[in-house]
Design a protein around this ligand. Structure first.
Ligand SMILES: *Cc1c(COP(=O)(O)O)cnc(C)c1O
Length: 421
């Protein structure tokens, strides 16, 4: 059973001030989870989580994570700006981007972020765009398929990211000859893994690579960045990852590979997004229509603009009808938004309790890669983001868009000067 962190009474209170739809985040859940992650890796002296800003680029939420000791993982100019504005700079930023524009590299150098290069040609590109730092990270792509036991988890050979092993060795040599003194290794091999084995397996691959790189180049390796990919159970049949078991699995691989090679003081970094916030956010929406044609439809006041994952990947997001948690799920619905796109469906053939117009639906696990993926198709506006604080009060942490925001990019001219807002 998946439970909501907010109940019907609370939502009825919230909508008096903030109309649906809105994303709601659970401060208590966020802080407890961040502390658990820290505890799971407490065995590693240099451990640090760099929150993947792209997952949920909200300054209030990033500040909460900052208070819990996290840095940021940025991939673009604006994400770097956001970090800078929050006082997160230097080694508290990991800049893990790809196909990187020159101005983004320049900004990353200005902030003295740790730069994670996605390709061997980016050495020269970075040198021209700004300058080479003393400390750098390289992203590794082993190719092939990535398996846990016998099941294929993902397909690195098809992924655009990272350097081959030979390129890693060559790049380390080039960078050393250019005066780089400290090195890191990064890799992201599988997304949204719901198994305690992913990080330990990835860690072993990167630890063995670190030993080889040290032997072949003599480089001073300071950190291994396990990146993102630790997932969350979107469907009710899945068990959540046990972060303590994951930390312990990584520790075992570290003791086995790194310590004997004299690399026992290398720091472990993570760049988790989904795991940090996914379960601690939800999209609250109201049923505004019901339609009985060839199928049974419930039309809600949110749409794919507020949460794109179902339309984009056919992703499952659990739905709870508030106040009907214990009612039998004996109705089969498509829960849809208003876009003129037939993939704008939060659920297809989903068994739910009988839904009445006016019911509030909670769409679970939207805390990461939820609001962030939003767009403005059909002229639909993005919702507010609200924070359920630890004391039970609710704070607005991003206002809803207005038509004025939607038309703002015409403000350079007077073509819409007669627009009435
Ligand atoms: C997206 C991304 C992450 C975060 O991934 P999650 O699946 O949210 O944990 C981390 N690092 C990089 C480079 C990414 O692109």
């Amino acid at each position: 059973m998946k439970k909501t962190f907010v109940n019907k009474q609370q939502v009825e209170d919230i909508v008096k001030t903030y109309p649906t739809p809105f994303h709601l985040y659970d401060e208590k859940g966020i802080r407890e989870n961040a502390r658990k992650l820290k505890a799971a890796f407490a065995w590693n002296k240099g451990f640090k989580e760099y929150f993947a800003v792209k997952a949920t680029p909200n300054p209030f939420l990033i500040n909460i994570l900052k208070e819990e000791g996290c840095g940021t993982d940025c991939s673009s100019y604006t994400e770097l700006m956001l970090s800078e504005a929050l006082g997160i700079t230097g080694s508290n930023i990991m800049f893990s981007s790809n196909d990187t524009p020159a101005e983004d590299f320049a900004k990353a150098r200005e902030l003295d972020a740790i730069i994670n290069l996605d390709d061997i040609t980016h050495i020269e590109f970075l040198e021209k765009a700004a300058s080479l730092p003393k400390r750098i990270c390289l992203r590794f792509n082993p190719g092939g398929v990535f398996k846990v036991s016998t099941s294929i988890m993902d397909n690195p050979g098809d992924a655009k990211y990272g350097l081959t092993k030979d390129q890693m060795i060559e790049a380390y040599k080039i960078l050393m000859s250019k005066g780089v003194e400290e090195f890191g290794i990064h890799s992201f091999l599988a997304s949204n893994t719901v198994t305690n084995e992913y990080y330990p397996l990835l860690a072993k691959i990167l630890f063995e690579l670190a030993v080889e790189l040290k032997e072949k180049t003599g480089a001073n390796i300071k950190f291994i960045n396990l990146s993102g990919g630790v997932g969350i159970p979107y469907t009710p049949d899945k068990e959540p990852n046990d972060i303590m078991a994951i930390g312990e699995g990584v520790r075992k691989a570290f003791e086995e590979v790194m310590v004997p090679a004299g690399l026992g003081d290398v720091a472990i970094f993570t760049e988790l997004g989904r795991f940090m916030l996914g379960p601690y956010g939800c999209l609250v929406t109201k049923a505004i229509h019901e339609k009985h044609t060839h199928k049974e439809y419930i039309g809600v006041d949110a749409c794919a603009v507020n949460l794109m994952r179902p339309a984009m990947y056919g992703a499952y997001h659990h739905i709870t009808v508030l106040g009907k948690e214990d009612a039998p799920c004996d109705h089969k619905y498509d829960v849809v938004g208003s876009l003129c796109e037939n993939n704008d469906k939060f659920a297809i053939d989903r068994m739910l309790p009988a839904i009445d117009k006016g019911d509030y639906l909670v769409i679970h696990d939207t805390g990461a890669h939820g609001y962030a993926m939003g767009y403005n198709y059909n002229g639909r506006l993005k919702s507010a983001e609200l924070l359920l604080q630890e004391d039970g009060s609710v704070k607005m942490i991003r206002r809803a868009e207005t038509p004025k925001d939607y038309f703002a990019t015409f403000d350079f001219c007077d073509v819409l000067k007669d627009m009435k807002y």
